[in-house]
Ligand binder design. Sequence first.
Ligand code: AGP
Length: 359
Amino acid sequence: EMAEKAGFPHFMLKEIYEQPRAIKDAIHGNADVINAVAREIAKYDKIFIVAMGTSYHAGMVGRYLFQRLAKKVPIVEDASEFRYEFEDIIDEDTLVIAITQSGETADTLAAMKLAKKKGAKVLAIVNVVGSMATRIADLTLYTHAGPEIGVAATKTYTTQLTVLTMLAIELARILGTADEDYLDELEAGLKAVPNLVEEVLKHDGGIKELAESLVDKRDFFYIGRGVSVPTALEGALKLKEISYIHAEGLSAGELKHGPLALLEDGVPVVAVAPSGKTFDKIVGNIEESRARGAFIISLGDSEELGRVSNAFIRMPDMDELLSPIVYVVPLQLIAYHMAVLRGNDPDKPRNLAKSVTVE
Ligand code: AGP
């Protein structure tokens, strides 16, 4: 087992470090097939994205990509809800995109089967080759992440995001919904993402020190806006899953509508704050949290964050639409180090299974 971990103490850490390679493989592995699949998607206006857990968060990022670039707004629903709520709405004019690492998640498979029964077209985005989801789907795109052993999804998430980004860019080209030069830039930017992840991994030592200072905290809040909302949700899920610390992810705008009441001296607030159209707004949310004594950990590319935060993780510059792939990496590392510091096995968290094959 030590050999399989390639010198890393845990599979999860190995898989976090494999992300630059995995993202490259996802790009190369889909380059020749993405156009045909995007052409199929272009035919539909009624689009659902269904998934569970981390894959569901990938679906949420997918919605932002589709709506910003292709002006199509898919309904993203967790598969356990979809299968019971949308039965009467799915028809031959519907496209269902199912995202599942394992291709064996019971709720996601049931949602796909329902969609097929109703005559919808089903596209699956899957990591495990030949899994059940690929047999149900009309079309499959693979994430090419390689086997993921750790229960916490890491490289399979960033490769799902890579595939969704490629799809959204291609769809926008086909539909003519975004500026061609901008789409070319975004595509070039995506190819540079593996290097950006490589850069972010260099912060690992600093992130471990940060985790040491946070190890006794009981509640964490993760905030983001726009395309960073799902990143906040995913950061919170990673922390809950392996460190067993309570964490909440939410849109920063929601803070004032309730959760702010929970902020007091020293409560960690992790702000996912890439430059973009709502950057000033999240700085405002950081300031209001800080005024209540919160300990602010911010991720971003603007030096301004250094001034308003207790800890600042400096991220490389990139288009906001690519940021979900890169910004989740420090959040994976925070969760990993917290888990290890608290004496947990991050590869095998209590009560959880790698793939949830029962409802
Ligand atoms: C992620 O860290 C979790 N282990 C879990 O939420 C997972 O993403 C979910 O069960 C869905 O699995 P799937 O992608 O294999 O369908």
